[in-house]
Design a binder for this molecule. Structure first.
Ligand code: FES
Length: 346
C-alpha cells in the first residue's frame, strides 16, 4: 500500500475535495481502537459472549431435534398473544429459529468486537490503456479489415450489406403470429339494452333489492351463455365483465350519464384502463376501486375517474335499471371502449 497523500484523506482527494470532480469528500477520521483492542479483560469478555451464543445455539438446535421426536404432534398449547398452537410445531420452530439466530448474532458480535477492524486504503489506478496499447489495437483492427479485402471485393461488400439490410424482414413478417388486428372488436361488447346482469360464476340474475350499501358483485351479461365457442366466450367475457357496487345515492358526486345508476347501484367495467388487469378491490369508505397491478385507483362515486396511478382514462360505466320483476338490466351497451387505452388508437 503506498500513501503519497494525506493518510486521512481518501485517495483522489486533496484538501477535502475530489481532485477530478471537485466534489467535497469526507476525511476518514482517526482510527478508533475498540475496548477489546486495548483491554485483554474486555477481549476475554467478548470471547465468552460469542462462545455463549454459539453454545446456547447448539443446545437450541439439539432441543429442536429432541422436541421433534418427543413432543406429541396432537398436543395443543395456549401461547400468550398467539392463541392455540400445535405444541410440536411451536417447540421445534422456536428452538430451531433461536438456534439459527444465535449463530448469526454470535458471528456478528465476534466480527465487531474481536476481528481486526483496520481501515484500508486501496488506491485506484487509471483504467485507460497506455497509448501504445491503444495504438496497437487500432492497428490490429485496421489490419484485420484490410485482410478481409472488404474494400476491394465490392461484390462481397454489396451482397453482405444486402443480406444485413434484409435481416430484420423475417422478424417483422413474423409479427403476424401475434394474431389478427383487433379492428373495432375491442370497442364493442355484447352488452345491449335489456340484457340482464348475472353473477359471473353462477349466472344468476341479480335483484336490486339483494344488494345492500357496500355490496360488490362481479357480473357478466346474461347473453354470454349464448356464446358457445370456448375462445369466443372467453373473449366476450374478458371485454364484458363488470363490477356492480351499491352506493348511498347521497354519496354519488357524478356519473357518466344522467340516471345511469339504479338507486345507488352503479355498474363499471372490470377491466383496468391502464393495461387491462381485472379489478375488484373496492374500498367502501372512499368508494375507490384499486387495481392490484400498478395501483391505478378509480372513484366509483365520481364517474369512475382516475384519482391515482398510471391509468390515463376513467373506468367506462354501464347504464342500468331494473325490469318489471326488479332484476337489474342494462339500458344500453358501454358508451366508450372498455380496456386499455391502447386499443383506442387508430
Ligand atoms: S393494469 Fe391496472 S394499473 Fe396497470
Amino acid at each position: 500500500m503506498s500513501h503519497d497523500h494525506n493518510e486521512l484523506e481518501p485517495y483522489g482527494a486533496k484538501d477535502g475535495v475530489d481532485v477530478v470532480s471537485g466534489v467535497p469528500v469526507f476525511p476518514m477520521g482517526e482510527h478508533q481502537l475498540r475496548r477489546a483492542d486495548i483491554d485483554p479483560k474486555a477481549a476475554k469478555r467478548a470471547e465468552l459472549q460469542v462462545a455463549s451464543m454459539f453454545g446456547i445455539s447448539a443446545i437450541c438446535l439439539l432441543g429442536a431435534v429432541i422436541s421433534y421426536v418427543v413432543v406429541s404432534n396432537t398436543l395443543f398449547i395456549n401461547v400468550p398473544m398467539v392463541g392455540k398452537v400445535n405444541a410440536n410445531h411451536f417447540s421445534v420452530g422456536t428452538l430451531f429459529g433461536l438456534g439459527i439466530f444465535l449463530i448469526g448474532a454470535g458471528a456478528i458480535h465476534w466480527a465487531k468486537k474481536l476481528m481486526p477492524d483496520d481501515e484500508i486504503v486501496q488506491e485506484r489506478h487509471s483504467l485507460t490503456s497506455a497509448p501504445e496499447e491503444r495504438a496497437e489495437v487500432a492497428e490490429i483492427y485496421k489490419r484485420g479489415a484490410a485482410e478481409t479485402g472488404i474494400g476491394e471485393r465490392k461484390i462481397i461488400r454489396r451482397t453482405l450489406l444486402g443480406a444485413l439490410s434484409l435481416f430484420p424482414l423475417p422478424l417483422i413478417v413474423m409479427l403476424r403470429d401475434l394474431g389478427p388486428m383487433p379492428g373495432t372488436r375491442l370497442r364493442e361488447t355484447i352488452w345491449d339494452e335489456g340484457i340482464h346482469l348475472v353473477t359471473d360464476a353462477t349466472y344468476r340474475k341479480i335483484k336490486a333489492t339483494d344488494m345492500q350499501i357496500g355490496t360488490l358483485i362481479n357480473a357478466v351479461p346474461e347473453n354470454l351463455l349464448e356464446v358457445e365457442h370456448e375462445d369466443e366466450n372467453l373473449n366476450e367475457r374478458g371485454k364484458a365483465s363488470i363490477i356492480l357496487v351499491r352506493l348511498d345515492p347521497a354519496d354519488i358526486v357524478s356519473q357518466q350519464g344522467e340516471g345511469w345508476d339504479y338507486q345507488g347501484i352503479v355498474a363499471y367495467s372490470k377491466i383496468c384502463t391502464h393495461v387491462g388487469c381485472p379489478i375488484s378491490l373496492y374500498q367502501q369508505r372512499t368508494h375507490h376501486l384499486l387495481c392490484p397491478c400498478h395501483q391505478s385507483t378509480f372513484d366509483l362515486s365520481d364517474s369512475g375517474n382516475v384519482v391515482f396511478g398510471p391509468a390515463a382514462r376513467r373506468m367506462p360505466q354501464l347504464p342500468i335499471t331494473v325490469d318489471g320483476e326488479g332484476y337489474l338490466v342494462a339500458t344500453s351497451g358501454f358508451q366508450e371502449p372498455v380496456g386499455p387505452s391502447f386499443w383506442e388508437r387508430g
